[in-house]
Design a protein around this ligand. Structure first.
Ligand code: NAD
Length: 492
């Protein structure tokens, strides 16, 4: 594995470029903002604040590419370009991984083994799918034939969060581009650099100028301009539930663009006393909340434990969490880095402070300063958490676990479903019938049984309730970026 000296030296050698990427070129804007790094504690570079003229130019470029060179490319040529982009991601893996780490603080070991190879794999999956999906010919009256095809919708606006900067962008743009659309991507203001670099790589891979544009800036300004743009056909969003609701409003206020939302979560991890390997369940329970600093939409932030094993299991989880190495994310042995910025760190610490009034803080709870950055928060565990407590209900999006006891299977299900979210859930049991019963009763998009947060690029991911709708990943994601078009021919 590459060591700290290697990553420090690569950091020194990188020329950070925060200029927007529109119609195939970097663009300088009159307004810029500093790009804070929670790793260095200072700004990496200035980043473009895109206003109406830049967003208009990006959408016009995307429209021209959609109606022109991108749609004119054969499926085989489009597949080739996306495959080339995936390979360029792998060739530039260290740089892309480092940009994400510096922008949002995740450990370099995760960025290099998960985010970057995962992004390339997703692009390849959709590139391969281009020439393997086909339409339908339903039955019709004699003398008629109806050809039903899925056609691209045009210009896709994609607005994404900062927790997996490169990968969240790829989750959106890979199926959108594969389906034949062009894209205007708005990365989170905290983490724009890998998306901007990706747009450069897309040109090198042979995607026509305008096919992938990146407009940077604040959510309320640049994000809202994308959401309200009259010439964007589809808006795909990953982020908080509150902002997801804004996009529904923007659509109604503008051109009724389709909106697809992947929003927040407060996912339960239910551990029954009949689980055959409690030690393994504890390892997974710790990972399920503390991985990526807890900044995961499907983080299992509520641990529901059958009362008869509560004490034993709580001790096991606490001891697993003690193995986490909180530290500078470019150190090889670090398993938890800083939170994305000071605002998020203060928000998480405020949740922890509120938790202390109602529950027992049994681990962590402190904000730390490491190498000039005060964005570190210890893995934190609360037990005896009341079911209505703020830390039991609201998404914290940080390394904070709330443990609650339950008495019966019905009680566990009711408690698990007692949230406005419905993204994911985990269930631990050795009883097959119970596993199916509980999975059926949980109102969430994905139930993981005897594992946590199961994810596969060919498996749909997304939620119910206020976690949103529509699905990322899998062939189903193509449905969001295509419309059913029928050509009906009467030949007799
Ligand atoms: P956020 O909602 O604050 O921001 C997400 C994106 O929306 C950013 O690009 C931001 O600039 C933009 N935005 C913010 N305010 C806006 C506005 N008023 N108008 C238009 N755009 C605006 O979310 P975040 O803090 O970046 O990310 C954390 C959230 O993302 C959590 O709630 C998490 O659960 C969610 N998330 C969900 C999934 C999923 O697949 N369900 C995956 C990752 C993250």
């Amino acid at each position: 594995m590459k060591n700290r000296a290697y990553w420090d030296s690569l950091t020194q050698s990188l020329a950070f470029d925060g200029r927007a990427f529109i119609n195939g070129v970097r663009v300088t804007t009159t307004q810029t903002s500093p790009n804070f790094s929670p790793v260095t504690g200072s700004s990496l570079c200035e980043v473009s604040e895109c206003g109406a003229s830049e967003v208009d130019a990006a959408v016009a470029g995307a429209r021209a590419a959609f109606s022109g060179p991108w749609s004119a490319m054969s499926p085989g040529a489009r597949k080739g370009a996306l495959m080339a982009l995936a390979n360029l991601i792998l060739e530039n893996a260290d740089e892309l991984a480092l940009l994400d780490v510096l922008d949002m603080g995740k450990p370099i070991s995760d960025a290099t083994t998960i985010d970057v190879p995962g992004s390339a794999a997703i692009l390849k999956f959709y590139a391969e799918a281009i020439d393997k999906v086909s339409g339908e010919i339903p039955t019709t009256d004699a003398g008629n034939v109806a050809l039903v095809r899925r056609v691209p919708l045009g210009v896709v606006g994609a607005v994404v969060p900062w927790n997996y900067p490169l990968e969240m962008a790829i989750w959106k743009l890979a199926p959108a581009l594969a389906a034949g659309n062009s894209v205007v991507l708005k990365p989170a203001e905290q983490s724009p650099l890998s998306a901007l670099r990706l747009a450069e790589l897309a040109i090198a891979a042979g995607l026509p100028a305008g096919t992938l544009n990146v407009v940077t800036g604040q959510g309320e300004i640049t994000g809202a301009l994308v959401g309200r743009h009259p010439d964007i056909d589809v808006l795909t969003f990953t982020g908080s539930t509150q902002v997801g609701k804004y996009f529904l409003e923007y659509s109604g206020q503008s051109n009724m663009k389709q909106v697809w939302l992947e929003c927040g979560g407060k996912s339960p991890n239910i551990v029954f006393a009949d689980t055959d390997n409690l030690q393994e369940a504890a390892e997974f329970a710790s990972r399920a909340i503390f991985f990526n600093q807890g900044e995961v939409c499907s983080a299992n932030s509520r641990l529901l434990v059958e009362r008869s094993i509560l004490e034993e299991f709580t001790a096991l989880v606490k001891s697993e969490s003690d193995k986490i190495v909180l530290g500078h994310p470019l150190n090889e042995n670090t398993t938890m880095g800083p939170l994305v910025d000071r605002t998020q760190t203060t928000r998480v610490v405020d949740f922890i402070d509120s938790g202390k009034f109602s529950a027992d803080l049994i681990r962590g709870g402190n904000r730390l300063t490491i190498e000039n950055s005060d964005c570190y928060v210890e893995p934190t565990i609360f037990s005896e958490v009341p079911r209505d407590a703020t830390i039991a209900q609201e998404e914290i999006f940080g390394p904070v676990l709330s443990i609650m006891a339950f008495d019966t299977e019905e009680d566990a299900i009711a408690l698990a479903n007692k949230t406005e979210y419905g993204l994911a859930a985990s269930v631990w049991t050795s009883n097959l019938k119970r596993a199916h019963r509980v999975a059926d009763a949980l109102h969430v998009g994905t139930v993981s049984v005897n594992t946590v947060d199961a994810l596969g690029l060919n498996i749909p991911f997304g939620g119910f309730k206020q976690s949103g709708f529509g699905r990322d990943l899998s062939l189903h994601a193509l449905e969001k970026f295509t419309g059913l078009k029928t050509t009906w021919i009467r030949y007799e």
